[in-house]
Design a binder for this molecule. Structure first.
Ligand code: NAD
Ligand code: TYD
Length: 355
């Protein structure tokens, strides 16, 4: 049994679906179901006895204590977080509560559980913390990509809160000996991505005939990885990562935002042409830049490739085509997310309680 937090969100849900499709081992999925948590993402495993869903907050120590004692997981993988940079700028409080205080409380619950384990159960236990490359700050065009040796220089409330959580995880290893692993991944894209983030927002807005907002000059660079490749990296680090180590995860795919937007427009032109015969790129609209906007992120993933033999399965061309096609094939998922109807799924599908 493994315990996953945040498994109704974008990456967590992809991880749970991937896990249940490829492994026999059951998963307890603990998610608070914030606006970003969507149990409809897990519809295909509803009724699968290997998937236990619990609506709970990682910061609720009493509930986490009960869940750990009851399910006796051999590993905890912490995806739960507030994840959107723009939201963190407009309202940082939730980011501090979940990403910092929540991670702290989760670490304490896990430490209590782990300290009572014995023998192999204790030595084999792992706490894997899922983090981001944004903790390293911003790069100039000529800087080398981030390695695990880079200093932490977070610039947004989001990245600062994630950096704080990474430091807590590190300290719980050094001080208490908790067997931890941390992954720092670049920007993900793929199915189930909430349409507040660049790629799904562009797809959804394009199809709705709305403007495609590009911040500033659109020349900011992100390093994109298909979400299922992030999931395979996490599985590999869980399996073979060195205790206390951090692993950068990325697919060597740096692109300027404006190029990403144009690529998505070109795919939509091919797969779902506009009725008026014009291109979707006509909808591109330059808007005011994000305050404190990091100029460039880039991941050097050589440690993970060399030490653990991980490689991504998708190129950007194959991954972005699959992604655009997924959104075209799932208009109801998009409509439910946009109308808020996805939130009714909890009542319909699950008795959402920790007890
Ligand atoms: P997301 O916002 O789509 O999902 C987050 C999930 O966590 C949601 O289901 C939400 O309900 C849940 N959650 C939030 N607060 C919680 C709490 N207090 N207790 C329990 N559950 C809670 O985010 P995502 O994009 O899937 O990111 C998952 C993790 O991966 C985050 O830790 C994020 O920092 C990290 N990450 C994301 C990216 C990316 O590109 N999206 C890249 C690198 C790392
Ligand atoms: P985002 O998906 O929010 O991820 P992050 O900020 O964590 O990298 O944004 C990706 C890039 O796209 C980032 O440089 C901000 C930019 N962006 C836009 O230009 N327009 C948008 O509407 C959004 C949401 C993002």
């Amino acid at each position: 049994m493994i315990l996953v937090t945040g498994g109704a969100g974008f990456i967590g849900a992809n991880f749970v679906l991937d896990w249940l499709a490829t492994q026999q081992e059951p998963v307890v999925n603990v998610d608070k179901l914030t606006y970003a948590g969507n149990v409809e993402n897990l519809a295909s495993v509803h009724g699968d006895a290997r998937h236990v869903f619990v609506q709970a907050d990682i910061g609720d120590s009493a509930v986490m204590d009960v869940l750990l004692a009851r399910h006796q997981p051999r590993a905890v993988i912490n995806f739960a977080a507030e994840s959107h940079v723009d939201r963190s700028i407009h309202g940082p409080e939730d980011f501090i509560q979940t990403n910092v205080v929540g991670t702290f409380r989760l670490l304490e619950a896990v430490r209590g559980y782990w300290s009572r384990l014995q023998g192999n159960a204790k030595s084999d236990f792992r706490f894997l913390h899922v983090s981001t490359d944004e903790v390293y700050g911003t790069l100039s065009p000529s800087d080398p990509a981030f390695t695990e040796e880079n200093n932490y220089e977070p610039n947004s409330p989001y990245s600062a809160s994630k950096a704080a959580s990474d430091h807590l995880v590190r300290a719980w290893h050094h001080t208490y000996g908790l067997p931890v692993l941390t992954t720092n991944c670049s920007n993900n894209y793929g199915p189930l991505h909430f349409p507040e983030k660049l790629i799904p927002l562009v797809i959804v807005n394009a199809l709705a005939g709305k403007p495609l907002p590009v911040y500033g000059d659109g020349m900011q660079v992100r390093d994109w990885l298909y979400v299922r490749d992030h999931c395979s990296a996490i599985r590999r680090v869980l399996e073979a990562g060195k205790l206390g180590d951090t692993y950068n995860v990325g697919g060597w795919n740096e692109q300027a935002n404006i190029d990403i937007v144009k690529t998505v427009c070109a795919l939509l032109d091919e797969l779902r042409p506009r009725a008026d015969g014009k291109g979707y790129a006509e909808q591109i609209t330059y808007v005011a830049d994000r305050p404190g906007h990091d100029r460039r992120y880039a991941i050097d993933a050589r440690k993970l490739e060399r030490e653990l033999g991980w490689k991504p399965a998708e190129t950007f061309d194959t991954g972005i085509r699959k992604t655009v096609q997924w959104y075209l094939d799932h208009p109801q998922w998009v409509a439910n997310v946009q109308s808020g109807a996805y939130r009714d799924w909890v009542q319909k599908q699950y008795t959402a309680t920790a007890e």
